[in-house]
Design a protein around this ligand. Structure first.
Ligand SMILES: [Mn+2]
Length: 327
């Protein structure tokens, strides 16, 4: 396992980076192959798979849309008055996909994550989907690398993603797969954001059977974001060795994120999502995260969903920079 680019291909969008006092995110994130180093604070992997989506999705196009959006953001985060360019972040490229075979795609994603963990053992892993099916092979790879360690999951989502596997692995099954394969225990999964009419009784029963913790959007608003995240992370840190954060952008309300295949009314607001990610970014026990189910072809003309996701990724990273890197 010496060649990082066996299961990964270099990004097709590579920015001309400029230096100076005022730089953009495009000037800050460095293609991994341009600097030979292992000690990246964070590495970003694109995972362009959406054939596994239950509803038609071009989420496979999001890694490109994400990289394109980098010129719209500066490295200065006004809310905390901090320039986070000191965080060393690399774009690794995209996991190589088979044209049609979903199971082969998942094998490739797992192999890509194996390889990334081998080459960058201490980095924070950020995967950019793709649909939610990608979470299962990513977390499987983390488990294989750490067979004796227990993993927790914080899942921001409008759905439980506990559908059975009768139709094969899809964006509706990753949590079911991880629980049934004993990669993650149900009691170590915290699903945050459920609301409304989008989870069938059999799925709620499956969550109860596996003792998955469900925190509804209403409950989150009642308790408040900082207090709730503190409770969740304190509980998790007593039970597990490290935590994976998975963000299905369909957790957002349809008016904020029209560009997700399963967008719904009654969802989370962008400011709530950003606050959640800022709070979660304080915890070094979270060692990897993904953002999934953003379909740029479905987004509106002003790219609300692409921009919101980019903002969300940056918020998680800048919080890490403030709370972990500079401490
Ligand atoms: Mn999901």
């Amino acid at each position: 396992m010496t060649n990082l680019y066996e299961h990964i291909q270099k990004s097709s969008i590579v920015w001309m980076r400029e230096q100076g006092k005022d730089i953009k995110v495009k000037d800050w994130i460095i293609p991994a192959w341009e600097e030979d180093r292992q000690d990246w604070d964070a590495v970003i992997l694109g995972v362009p798979l959406s054939r596994s989506s239950i509803s038609a999705s071009a989420a496979s196009e999001f890694p490109k849309a994400f990289r394109s959006a980098w010129e719209l953001f500066t490295t200065y985060y006004f809310d905390e008055h901090v320039d986070f360019r000191g965080l060393k972040v690399a774009d690794i490229g995209d996991a190589r996909m088979h044209y049609t075979d979903i199971l082969q795609c998942h094998k490739n994603i797992e192999a890509a994550m194996d390889s990334i963990q081998h080459h960058f053992p201490n980095s924070f892993y950020t995967s950019i989907g793709g649909d939610h099916s990608i979470t299962a092979p990513i977390v499987r790879s983390l488990k294989h690398k750490n067979p004796d360690k227990s993993i927790g999951i914080v899942q921001l989502d409008t759905h439980l993603d506990l559908r059975d596997l009768s139709q094969g692995p899809t964006n509706g099954t990753p949590i079911r797969q991880l629980v049934e394969d004993n990669i993650v225990k149900g009691e170590n999964i915290y699903n945050i954001g459920l609301h409304g009419f989008y989870n069938a009784p059999s799925l709620i029963e499956a969550a109860q059977k596996h003792k998955i913790n469900i925190i509804s959007l209403k409950q989150l608003r009642k308790q408040g974001i900082p207090a709730l995240i503190q409770v969740v992370m304190e509980q998790l840190q007593k039970k597990v060795d490290f935590v994976y954060l998975t963000v299905d952008m369909d957790v957002l309300d349809i008016s904020y994120a029209p560009g997700v295949p399963a967008s719904t009314p009654g969802g989370m607001r962008t400011d709530e999502l950003f606050d959640l990610l800022f709070e979660l970014g304080k915890y070094p026990s979270i060692t990897a995260m993904d953002f999934v189910c953003i379909d740029p072809h479905r987004d509106n003309k002003v790219l609300s969903t692409v921009k919101a996701t980019t903002y969300a990724v940056l918020t998680a990273l800048v919080s890490r920079y403030i709370h972990i890197k500079t401490n």
